[in-house]
Design a protein around this ligand. Sequence first.
Ligand code: GLU
Ligand code: ZN
Length: 291
Amino acid sequence: MTFTTRFAPSPTGPLHLGHAYSAIIAYKMAQANAGRFLLRIEDIDSTRASPKWEAQIYEDLVWLGLKWETPVMRQSDRLALYDHALDALWGRGLLYPCTCSRADIAAASSAPQEGAPLNGPDGIIYPGTCRPVQPPKGPRPVDIPLRLDMARACGKITGQFEFVEEGSGSAEHITFSTEEMISTVGDVVLARRGMGTSYHLSVVLDDAAQEISHVVRGSDLFEATRIHVVLQRLLDLPHPRYHHHKLIRDTSGKRLAKRDDARAISLYRDEEHRVKDILSMIGLEGSHLTL
Ligand code: GLU
Ligand code: ZN
């Protein structure tokens, strides 16, 4: 299988140094392995995504010296495929509607005898308020949030879950059980109102469609990978290898992307900084980027 990796930004704002780091690491890995570097625009959230930010992503990446294959995959072109996967999961009785708000979930999870609500990779672990005893019947409701019934889904799977993590430099086999998925992740949302799919479902379908062999992304998504591995098993998709890289932080340890003064790549560009300045800011100076 050809080494294939990708950079998958959401066009909901400008790219920052952390994005530059992620894109460059993925690009360098593709180069080092004589592989492919693909771009995917994750624009399912039509309330936040805009063509202006998408255009700026291309400009920033060109300026950084990256090249990618065209056509670029855009999630907004693929909504029918996400619907198709949701129909299949619904048909297998694995989804149920849930319109609980965050506040409802927080309230239901913090009953006095329960202690503080537990958090999983997708927020507070859903307490199961809307989970039906029997799978819902009839056609899949559209434009309503749908959750994956994790226990029922795990009932379809035999054995442990496993994925390969290469972020530390060597291949590590990460394993986890169906019981852990139920108790530490729970019923994640797979369809959102207004967007159809959720991030977890689209990312898994798209990585498979783009034949991604290596997912390179920030370590903030490490825990979400367990959800992706479960979906790959349910949908019979291959598991890519994962490379979760460190997050770019300032000297006080704060994530750059989370700082109020986090600076867009475009600002450095406007101030006539050079790409080598960016590389030194993200600790990649001297990196052999063949431009
Ligand atoms: N679109 C996601 C983001 O910008 C990245 C998803 C991924 O790399 O899996 O955070
Ligand atoms: Zn609910």
